[in-house]
Design a protein around this ligand. Structure first.
Ligand code: NAD
Ligand code: IPM
Ligand code: MG
Length: 353
C-alpha cells in the first residue's frame, strides 16, 4: 500500500521524537512492502517564526490531502512566560484540531510489565492497568468565548457544549466499550456545572441503545483520586476537553513516564496521531527525550488509519522488547543502568524489528 503522511514535527523535542517515529515507520513499511511519502509542514512556534501564524493555510492543505497526520509537539518558553503574547503556538494546535474536525482524542493508559517498578505507584495497584480515555477535543472551555473586561481586571472563559457534540463523543465511547469490557465511565462535574448536567443527561439517554454496557457516572475530582488509587477499576472513560487534558497527564504516571503515552485524534476530515506530552523545552536538542510515545502513536496510525494490525503489533512488540532489555532513555533508566539517547533507542528498534 502507498500512504501520504503529513509530518508536523513542531517545536522543542518534537523534531527529535518525530525523527525516530519516521525511522521506525519507514522500517516497518520496508518490511511489509508499503511506500510512505512524508510531507513535512510547519505548526507551532516554528511556524510563527517562519510565517507569523501557528497553523498556516499551507499546513492545513497538506493535512487535508494526507492519509493521516503524525504530529510531535508544540510550545516554546518564550510564549509560556509571556501571557500577553497575541499569537501563541498552542493556538495552532487548537485551530488544527478544530479545522480538521478532530473531536475525539483517544488516550490509552497501560502498563508495561518490565516497567511496573518505574511508576511511583505501588505494583499491586497498577499491575494490569489497561484503560482508555476518550477526551472531547473541539469543544468546551477551550473553544468558548473568552476575553477581558473592566479594563483587563476581569477575565472569562466560557464552557459551552451542545448535545450533538456530547452525543458524537459518547457514541464513540459506547462503541469502544462494546469492543472491550463493556464498562463506560462518564466523568463530569454534574454537581456544579450545567455543561456536565447536559453531558450526564445525554449519556443517560443513550444507555438504552447499548444495553450490554454498564455505565457509571463519576465526578472528576473523585476520578482524579481513584485513577491513581485503583486504576484497574476503569476501562473506557469519556470526558470533556479540559478534564481529559488533566486526567491523562495524571494517568501517565501509572505507566512510569510521560514519554510513553500515545494518542489518536480522530474525527471528521482526517486523523492525527500524537504523543500526549508537550515540547519538553528543557530537553530540546539534548537527544534525551523518550521517543516511544510518538513511535506508539505511529503504531496507532498503522492500525486505525490504515487498518494494518500486523504492522502496529510489530512496532509494539519491538518496543516491548527494547523495554525488557533496558534500551531506555533517561526518564526510564534506573539507578546505575545506562540511559540511551533518543536516536539510539530509534536505531535499536529499527535493527530489531
Ligand atoms: N500536544 C502538545 O503539543 C503539547 C502538550 C502539552 C504541552 N505542550 C506545550 O509544551 C510546553 C511544555 O509544557 P510542559 O512542560 O507543561 O509539558 P511537557 O509534556 O512538555 O513536559 C512535562 C514533563 O514531562 C516529561 N516529559 C514530557 N515529554 C517527555 C518525553 N518525550 N520523554 C521524557 N520525559 C518527557 C518531562 O519530565 C517534562 O518536564 C508548553 O509550551 C506547553 O504549552 C504542548
Ligand atoms: C498544548 C495544549 C493546548 C494541549 C491541550 O491542552 O490540549 C496539550 O496539553 C495536550 O494535551 O495536547
Ligand atoms: Mg495536555
Amino acid at each position: 500500500m502507498k500512504f501520504n503522511i503529513a509530518l508536523l514535527a513542531g517545536d522543542g523535542i518534537g523534531p527529535e521524537v518525530i525523527n525516530e517515529a519516521v525511522k521506525v515507520s519507514d522500517a516497518i513499511a520496508k518490511k511489509f512492502n508499503h511506500e510512505i511519502t512524508w510531507t513535512p509542514a510547519l505548526t507551532g512556534a516554528c511556524a510563527i517564526d517562519a510565517v507569523g501564524v501557528p497553523y498556516p493555510d499551507e499546513t492545513h492543505d497538506i493535512c487535508m490531502k494526507a492519509d493521516a497526520v503524525l504530529f510531535g509537539a508544540i510550545g516554546h518558553p518564550k510564549y509560556d512566560n509571556d501571557p500577553s503574547a497575541p499569537v501563541r503556538p498552542e493556538q495552532g494546535l487548537l485551530l488544527m484540531r478544530k479545522k480538521l474536525g478532530l473531536f475525539a482524542n483517544v488516550r490509552p493508559t497501560f502498563t508495561f510489565p518490565s516497567l511496573i517498578d518505574n511508576s511511583p505507584l505501588k505494583r499491586e495497584r497498577i499491575e494490569g492497568t489497561d484503560l482508555v480515555f476518550l477526551r472531547e477535543l473541539t469543544g468546551g472551555i477551550y473553544f468558548g468565548e473568552k476575553g477581558r473586561k473592566d479594563d483587563g481586571e476581569t477575565a472569562f472563559d466560557n464552557c459551552v457544549y451542545t448535545r450533538a457534540e456530547v452525543q458524537r463523543l459518547a457514541k464513540k465511547g459506547f462503541e469502544l466499550a462494546m469492543t472491550r469490557s463493556k464498562k463506560l465511565c462518564c466523568v463530569d462535574k454534574a454537581n456544579v456545572l450545567e455543561t456536565s448536567r447536559l453531558w450526564r443527561e445525554t449519556v443517560q439517554a443513550m444507555e438504552k441503545d447499548y444495553p450490554e454496557v454498564t455505565v457509571s457516572y463519576e465526578f472528576v475530582d473523585a476520578v482524579a483520586m481513584r485513577l491513581v488509587q485503583w486504576p484497574n477499576s476503569y476501562d473506557v472513560l469519556i470526558t470533556e476537553n479540559l478534564f481529559g487534558d488533566i486526567l491523562t497527564d495524571e494517568a501517565s504516571v501509572i505507566s512510569g513516564s510521560m514519554g510513553l503515552m500515545p494518542s489518536a485524534s480522530v474525527g471528521v476530515h482526517t486523523s492525527l496521531y500524537e504523543p500526549i506530552h508537550g515540547s519538553y523545552p528543557q530537553a530540546t536538542g539534548l537527544n534525551i527525550a523518550n521517543p516511544l510515545a510518538t513511535i506508539l502513536s505511529a503504531a496507532m496510525m498503522f492500525e486505525d488509519a490504515f487498518g494494518l494490525k500486523d504492522e502496529a503489533e510489530a512496532i509494539r512488540a519491538v518496543v516491548n522488547k527494547s523495554l525488557e532489555q533496558g534500551i531506555v532513555t533517561e526518564d526510564l533508566a534506573t539507578k546505575g543502568s545506562k540511559a540511551y539517547k533518543t536516536s539510539e533507542v530509534g536505531d535499536w528498534l529499527v535493527e530489531n524489528l
